[in-house]
Design a protein around this ligand. Structure first.
Ligand SMILES: [Fe+2]
Length: 356
């Protein structure tokens, strides 16, 4: 309960006599009192002081009590307003209570009745403010928890990516670089932030399925045999399977599953093809009944993955130059790669070169 001397009350009444009586009575009860003869002055006082409660006359020349109540509630919804009325007109009182008045008292005002009404109004206001504070903290708490959950999810993902890094020398740094390039392509293509977030996770995890392959195959210092290559081709599906319990977002899982698909449909594991991206720049090709063709995000990832693979030393061949890799991407347009994604990649390369 707040002490009376900490409560500021504004008395609004056009009759000076009533203002004085109320002010005197309430001051003797310990309240801090201010007065105003009309709505205009009342709004001025409300603006300048920390007022907790307003005693508002219903009948005043100029703006009526009902109109002033409306102004107060619109600007200062947390202030408790008690209407002071000469006649107990039920209809008016109901409409005022509906408009946000906490209570009403009838003139001539009896101090005991007024104090009781003020006590109730302040208590109601305290509960409303406390409840709002609680809601606010609750929201903050939920936001903190959500952040924590997301962080622990990202930690789990990072552990997986690290597990692969430890096993496959080539992947070290590869996933990070692929993610950066794929995101740059996605931005160049003006894909949505939602799609870009998906690409970020898919990029970091696209090769996680290689955990299921033997190190002898992964780090073989020579070209793979046909059988070994068949094993390697399993890694997008294995990755999808490993991540299924961890990632609910089907779009991300599909980006991982399809990062070795070709635009012309000759890739693996499903032989899906791409298509014009102009109609669904940030969208997805994954319909409810399963993907019909590659999503733009997947095609961006595919270009980024191939580019990084070409420009990195492999156990069986040295890295290509950037120029040679770019020429290879150009040659692969419409075959391995979506032409729009390669163009976006090239634009980004040009911009990056200019920025240096
Ligand atoms: Fe891969």
């Amino acid at each position: 309960m707040v002490a009376n001397d900490q409560v500021k009350i504004l008395i609004v009444d056009d009759e000076a006599g009533i203002r004085d009586i109320l002010s005197r009575k309430l001051s003797s009860a310990g309240f801090q009192c201010l007065t105003a003869p009309d709505g205009k002055e009342a709004m001025k006082q409300l603006k300048s002081g920390q007022i907790d409660l307003v005693l508002l006359d219903v009948t005043m020349p100029g703006k009526s009590g009902a109109e002033v109540l409306k102004d107060i509630k619109a600007k200062y919804p947390d202030i408790a307003v008690i209407m002071v009325t000469a006649v107990a007109d039920v209809q008016i009182v109901i409409s005022l209570m509906k408009a946000g008045a906490y209570d009403y008292v009838i003139k001539p005002v009896e101090l005991a009745v007024l104090l009781f009404s003020i006590g109730r109004a302040l208590e109601k206001r305290r509960l409303i403010l406390e409840n709002r504070e609680y809601q606010l903290h609750l929201e903050q708490k939920v936001a903190q928890q959500t952040k924590k959950i997301r962080q622990s999810f990202l930690n789990a993902i990072t552990s997986l990516a690290n597990a692969l890094d430890a096993k496959d020398k080539y992947t070290h740094g590869h996933s990070q670089r692929v993610t950066e390039v794929a995101v740059a392509i996605a931005r160049e293509m003006a894909m949505s932030e939602e799609t870009i977030e998906r690409i970020e996770l898919a990029g970091l995890l696209h090769d996680v399925g290689k955990i299921g392959l033997s190190e002898a195959v992964l780090n073989k210092p020579a070209k793979l045999t046909a059988e070994e290559f068949q094993l390697v081709k399993l890694h997008p599906g294995i990755g999808e399977h490993i991540l299924e319990p961890l990632i609910e977002d089907r779009e991300i899982l599909l980006m991982i599953r399809h990062h070795h698909e070709y635009y012309d449909g000759s890739g693996y594991p499903d032989g899906l093809s791409g298509g014009p991206t102009t109609q669904e720049q940030g969208g997805t090709a994954a319909a409810k009944d399963g993907p019909k063709r590659l999503s733009p995000g997947t095609m961006a990832l595919s270009v980024a993955d191939a580019y990084d693979a070409m420009t990195t030393d492999r156990p069986y061949r040295p890295a290509m130059t950037i120029e040679a890799a770019c020429a290879e991407l150009e040659r692969g347009k419409g075959k391995q790669f979506c032409p729009d994604m390669v163009d976006a990649f090239t634009r980004r390369q040009v911009k990056a070169a200019k920025a240096i």
